[in-house]
Write a protein that binds this ligand. Sequence first.
Ligand code: UD1
Ligand code: MG
Length: 457
Amino acid sequence: MSLSLIILAAGRGTRMSSDLPKVLHEVAGAPLIGHAMMAGGALSPEHCVVVTGHGGEMVADRVQGISPGARIAQQKQQLGTAHAVAQAGDSLDGFSGDAIVLYGDTPFIRPDTLRRMQERRRDGADVVVLGFDAADPGRYGRLVVEGDRLTRIVEAKDASPDELAITLCNSGVVCADWKTLLALIGRVGNDNANGEYYLTDIVGLAAGDGLRCAVEICDEAETMGINSRAELARAEATYQDGARARAMAEGATLTAPETVFFAHDTRLGRDVSIEPHVVFGPGVTVSDGARLRAFSHLEGCHVGAGAVIGPYARLRPGTRIGAQARIGNFVETKNAELGDRAKINHLSYVGDARIGAEANIGAGTITCNYDGVFKHHTEVGAGAFIGTNTALVAPVDVGAGAMTAAGSVITGNVPEGALGIARAPQVNKPGLARRMRDKLLALRAKRSKQNTYGLDN
Ligand code: UD1
Ligand code: MG
C-alpha cells in the first residue's frame, strides 16, 4: 500500500514570540518539522506534502533542504486543520493510497507508532486516529468511543461536561485512504466554537457513513507539541534524556550523562567513552573505542576508532579523524582529514588540510587557509613533523617525512624528507641584556625620586 505524508505547518506559533516560524525552531540540531519528516520518512512514503502558511518561504526552503522531493502546499488563511489538509489536494492529485497527517510542531511521534496505525488500516479500519491517555486533558480533543469503534471527536471548546471528563485524547495524527479522507474533508463545516474547519469532524462523518474508525494508542510523551520556548526547552531535555539512555544502552560510557548533548543523527560505535560536557552538533559519527574528552564540541565530522579528542577540542564540519589519532586541547579543525595515528596535540587551527598518517603537528601550528577571498589547501605528508608555531601559508605542501623549523612561516613547498626553515636567523649581542637592564633600573630610580619631591609625575 503506497503512502503519502501530509505535515501541517501553517500555524503562526504566536506563543514562541519569534520571527522564525515555529516549526523551524530546533530540537537536537534539527528543526521541529524535520523531526516530523524523519518519523514519517521512516515509512518510505511516496510523497511528503508540507502545508505552509506563516513564514511559508522560510519553511519551504528548510524543508526542501532536508528532503528535495518534498512538496509544498500553501494555506493562505488558517481556517482550521481540515482546511489545511485540503490544501494538499493539488500536490497529491492522482495519488491513490493512504495518507498520514502529522503536525510540524510535534516532533516525537515514533515511526513504530505510525506503523501500528498502518496495521490497523490493514486490519480493516477505514480511519485510524492516534490517541493517548492524557494526564491533563485540558484543551485536547476528546475521543468518543463506543465498544471498539471511535464514533466522534469533540473539541474541548465544544464539549459537554460529560465529554470533558473523557481522558482519551486526540493527538492529531490520522491515517486513512487519501481519497476517502479528501471526500470526508469536503463535507466538514465550520459551525463550532472556533468557526474553524476541524479535521476531527471527519470521524463523526465517517462513522455516520458506516465506515469503521479506530483509535491506536501511544504514549502521551510522543504527542508533545511545542508552543512556547519553555516547551521547546522541555522537548530538548526530553530528547537528550532519551538519547543519553540510548547511547549507554548501545555501549557508550558517559561519565556524566546529564552534561552531554547529542544531535538527532549522532552515531556512536561500541565502547566509545564520553567525558563530561561534550556537545554534538549534527552529522557526527564516532567509531569504536574512541574517547571524547571533556568540553569538546563536534559537528559534521567523523572520529576514527580509538582516537582521542580533547579535552577542549573543536571539530568543525568536514573533519575526518583517522584511527588512533589525537586531537588535544584548544585545537580547532575544519574540512581537515587526519591520517591514522597523526597528532595535533595543542593550540592549533587546521583547516582545509590533509595530514598524513603519523604526522605530528606541533603546538601552535596554524594553517593560513584564507586570503580574505579564497580558501586554500594545505597538504602534510605521512610522518611529517611540523615544528611548534609554524604558520603554513596555503596553498602549500609539506612532503612525507619532512620537517619545519619551529616558528617558521612556510610559504613554499617543503620536499619529502627536507627541513623547511623560514624565520630570521638568530643574532646574539654579548652583554647587551645586562646593559639595557641597568639603564632601565637607573631610569626608574630617578623617576621615583622626582615623584617623592612632587616635582614630576
Ligand atoms: C488539534 C486538534 C485536537 C487535538 C490537538 C492535539 C483539531 C480541530 N483539533 O487542536 O483535537 O487534541 O490538535 O495537539 O484538529 N494548522 C494548520 N492550519 C490551520 C490550523 C492548524 O496548518 O488552519 C496546523 C498548526 O500549525 C498545528 C496543527 O495544525 O501544527 C494543529 O493545529 P492547532 O491549532 O494547534 O490545533 P489544536 O487546537 O491544538
Ligand atoms: Mg496545538
